[in-house]
Design a protein around this ligand. Structure first.
Ligand code: BMA
Length: 368
């Protein structure tokens, strides 16, 4: 009996040690990042912010600036970036961030020891309109045999080139958590639930991974799959491409009109499901986008968000972008900026032992 227990413990231990990225040729820095994400989630939760180094509510492209840092004195641990419109050959992304600047800022975040994650709101390849143009048949049109397959390949070539040009100080490829085709259980993007079958979505995911990993030989990517708000494991898994195609699992949730209690319950219940799936599948759980645009609750960080996070063990949370006043006259921000009414509460969030910011990170890209 005792020996059976030892064998079981040994197997379990060996299995844990074998946790590896889905890319068996992942670079050593990528493998280290992958392992660090597992270990860090036991220590706390990394705070991330989209476009943090590029602009804030009242500024654009000023070296060293960051709304996060200006409020709490530290940079985020995770830097989110966005590739939409790279596929068109444009010099700037869909939010007007020049790709050349993005490349430099990605390097500066990496050199500081931060984590890089990249999303891609790619245009609709069938209609030429935006990612939010859900024309039926788009997904099948870009798969092999489809009329837009060659076009899609050329888009992936551009993404591959950009990613391959992200190099660290020793010419090593910078590891990136790549998060394409997000929120697929929603209806707003062309890859969304009502616009393609789960089989077509899975085929698109696998095709994309194979293209970048096996055809373009990019070995610095970890692949993040994420849904929008979901209500059951079954719903979460409906479009999940499979364990051998995904490294990180997550979801996005925005508070919008949801009252505080409803939001806290929804977040808690989704995190429970996510963590249990992650444990079972040996994946890294993360909250891949969160926020309440122009949050009206000045105590939100420690009164709403943190109490739920503290019940869970996930690798990171990513707040969406501090766009400020946009061209369409809408105002958008998710992380406080200097003088903003939840800034003091954000400092308490920062000071909490469980939150991890840039200065809490050490050597996540190498074994030490
Ligand atoms: C959305 C908004 C848009 C933006 C898009 C892609 O949620 O922030 O303004 O264009 O993300 O970054």
């Amino acid at each position: 009996m005792l020996s059976a227990l030892f064998v079981w413990m040994f197997t379990l231990n060996a299995y844990h040690k074998e946790n590896k990225p889905i890319d068996h040729h992942a670079t050593s820095e990528t493998v280290c990042l992958y392992k660090s994400l597992f270990t860090l989630k036991e220590r706390g939760i990394m705070f991330g912010h989209q476009d943090d180094l590029a602009y804030g509510v009242n500024w654009k492209y000023e070296p060293g600036r960051s709304d996060t840092r200006e409020v709490c004195g530290d940079y985020p641990a995770v830097y989110g970036w966005e590739l939409g419109h790279l596929e068109l050959g444009d010099n700037t992304n869909l939010d007007s961030v020049p790709f050349a600047k993005m490349r430099d800022l990605i390097l500066s975040g990496y050199e500081r020891g931060g984590v890089i994650t990249i999303s891609w709101h790619l245009n609709n390849p069938l209609t030429g309109k935006s990612a939010w143009d859900p024309a039926p048949g788009t997904v099948t049109s870009i798969l092999p045999g489809g009329e837009k397959n060659i076009l899609y390949n050329s888009w992936l070539d551009k993404v591959a080139r950009f990613l391959s040009e992200l190099k660290g100080p020793n010419e090593e490829p910078i590891p990136v958590i790549f998060r394409p085709f997000h929120e697929g259980n929603g209806d707003w993007f062309w890859w969304g639930k009502s616009h393609c079958t789960p089989a077509a979505f899975n085929a698109l995911w696998r095709y994309t991974v194979q293209y970048l990993r096996d055809k373009k030989n990019l070995h610095q990517l970890l692949y993040a799959f994420n849904t929008d708000r979901f209500f059951s494991r079954e719903e979460y898994l409906e479009r999940y491409p499979g364990d051998e195609w995904v490294d990180i699992i997550g979801f996005d949730i925005y508070q919008r009109e949801m009252p505080k209690d409803t939001y806290m319950k929804a977040l808690d219940s989704m995190l429970n499901m996510l963590e249990s799936l992650a444990r079972q599948k040996k994946k890294i759980p993360a909250l891949t986008e969160f926020g309440g645009n122009c949050q009206s609750d000045s105590g939100w960080w420690t009164g709403t968000f943190l109490p739920v996070l503290k019940k869970h063990s996930i690798a990171y949370v990513l707040g969406w972008r501090n766009a400020g006043l946009k061209l369409n006259n809408e105002f958008e921000y998710y992380v406080p900026y200097q003088g903003e009414h939840s800034a003091n509460d954000f400092i308490s969030f920062y000071k909490d032992k469980q939150t991890i910011f840039q200065s809490d990170l050490h050597a996540i890209y190498c074994d030490e």
